[in-house]
Each structure stands twice: as C-alpha cells, then as structure tokens.
Design a protein around this ligand. Structure first.
Ligand code: TMP
Ligand code: ASP
Length: 237
C-alpha cells in the first residue's frame, strides 16, 4: 500500500490518499483539541494510544456485526481504512448526563438516562457543532430518513456492545460520539473511537478517564487513556 497525498488535516488526525482509490490512511497525531479547536496542545504518545485503541474497538464492533471503515493497522500511528463519503452529522448517545446536556438542561452530572438519549450535532467547528434534529438532516440533504434510521440503529448497537466491554473493565461508558459515511451505498461507521470522543468514568470512584481531563485541565490525560487501554487489554507500543 503506497501512501500518497494529504487529503485533509483535521484537529487530531490527518487523512492520506493511497494507490487504491477505495482506501485511505488515517494518521493519528499527538495534537489534542477541545472547544472546537480553541484549545490545542501536543500530548506525547496520544497518536499511538488512540490509533491502537481505535483499532481494538473497531475490531470488536466488526465482530459484533457493525460495519466499520477500519481495515488494518499499518504503524504505531497509522491505519488503513475504507474511503467513505462522510455524512457531516455527529451521533451522540448518552447513558449518564454530562457535558453539553448538563449545560443545556441544567440537570445534575452523573444522572442515569434510561433509556439512553440519542442526539444529533452538525459537524461544523466554525458554527460550534450546533445541536440539530432529524428534520434538519433531511431538509439540508445530509442524509435520507432510511440512512439516518440506520445510523441510529448502528449507534445504539455500538452502545450495547461497548457498554458491556467497558463494564467488564470497571468503566462506565457515559456518552460518546460517532460519525458515519457511505461506502458503495452502505452506511458504515467512520472516524475513530477513542477516549477523545467519549466519556469514561471509573465505576467505583467515578474518576474521569477521558478527554474531559484535558478540557477541564485535570492533568494525567495520557496516563488515564493508557490505564483504560490496559484494563481493556489493548496492546500498546
Ligand atoms: P457534549 O457533551 O459536548 O455534547 O459531547 C458528548 C460526547 O460526544 C462526548 O463524549 C464528547 C463527544 N463529542 C466529540 O467528541 N466531538 C464533538 O464534536 C461533539 C459534539 C461531541
Ligand atoms: N473534538 C472537538 C474539538 O476538538 C470538541 C471537543 O472535544 O471538545 O474541539
């Protein structure tokens, strides 16, 4: 597989074309961003940890029947993925109240949400990733009703699979964000799953083990990511 040109540079990952028009390379950088890119720092080892973490989770999801873009690891910080036409909508599931839900509704952080909520945000940093609903998705043509229904079905399936996986590692999956795209007409899970895009709390102490440590300046960010990886059995370099 030959790596060619940088197609896109995101806040934490870069995307490269390859000699196969159906495959891209994702490079996980050490850049760590929060508040729609307003806070950015380099955290040593993060690219490697997130790349390996993402590979582990995507493989578990594939095994559970969720189609993902992940193909294979190609280095400590790179993986090969299917080239998707990305849908600019972020799907968020919450099992416990935190983050923007606490701000928006004034509920207490940690309140259990039964059944879990499913929310949509527009992926647009310049607009602050605004909260949207399904009618916006259809009216602006970001996805069809059938496609959005499939995205919700897959997101809820991911929640089921990962709740169990993290629970077995002594962690609460508080919330997470997924992005989807189309591969030859099929809805496929894209982007990444790592502690950058979810909230994970220790089940006993409720210690934050995710990017909230960075957002809130709590320190020990990579140490927490590595502990999560180690508890799950993710092989790190
Ligand atoms: P929120 O509480 O800020 O709405 O975020 C909910 C979850 O989704 C949290 O785990 C962080 C993740 N998320 C991202 O990773 N990127 C985003 O752009 C958004 C809106 C959420
Ligand atoms: N990932 C987004 C950003 O980097 C949102 C966040 O994580 O706070 O700005």
């Amino acid at each position: 597989m030959e790596k060619r040109n940088e197609l896109y540079r995101g806040k934490a990952k870069s995307v490269f074309t390859t000699d196969d028009p159906d495959r891209l390379i994702l490079l996980f950088r050490n850049d760590t961003s929060a508040f729609d890119g307003k806070k950015i720092e380099q955290l040593e080892r993060k690219g490697m940890v997130n790349n390996r973490f993402n590979a582990f989770i995507m493989q578990k999801l594939e095994e559970a029947g969720v189609p993902t873009q992940f193909d294979r690891l190609i280095s400590d910080t790179e993986c090969l993925v299917k080239k998707l036409d990305m849908i600019p909508v972020e799907c968020v599931v919450r099992n416990f109240a935190a983050g923007s839900l606490v701000k928006r509704l004034g509920v207490e952080e940690g309140m259990a949400l039964t059944p879990p909520t499913f929310e949509l945000f527009l992926k647009d940093d310049a607009k602050g990733d605004p909260f949207i609903n399904a009618s916006h998705v259809f009216a602006f043509g970001w996805a069809t009703p059938e496609q959005l229904a499939r995205m919700e079905e897959l997101t809820r399936k991911v929640n089921e699979v990962l709740n169990k996986l993290f629970d077995d590692a002594g962690l609460l999956l508080v919330d997470f964000k997924l992005e989807f795209g189309l591969f030859h007409g099929e809805i496929v899970l894209g982007d990444e799953f790592s502690p950058d895009g979810c909230r994970l709390w220790d089940k006993e102490t409720r210690k934050k083990m995710d990017k909230d440590r960075f957002r809130q300046g709590l320190g020990g960010v990579i140490e927490a990511y590595e502990e999560v990886a180690q508890r799950l059995g993710v092989p790190l370099a």
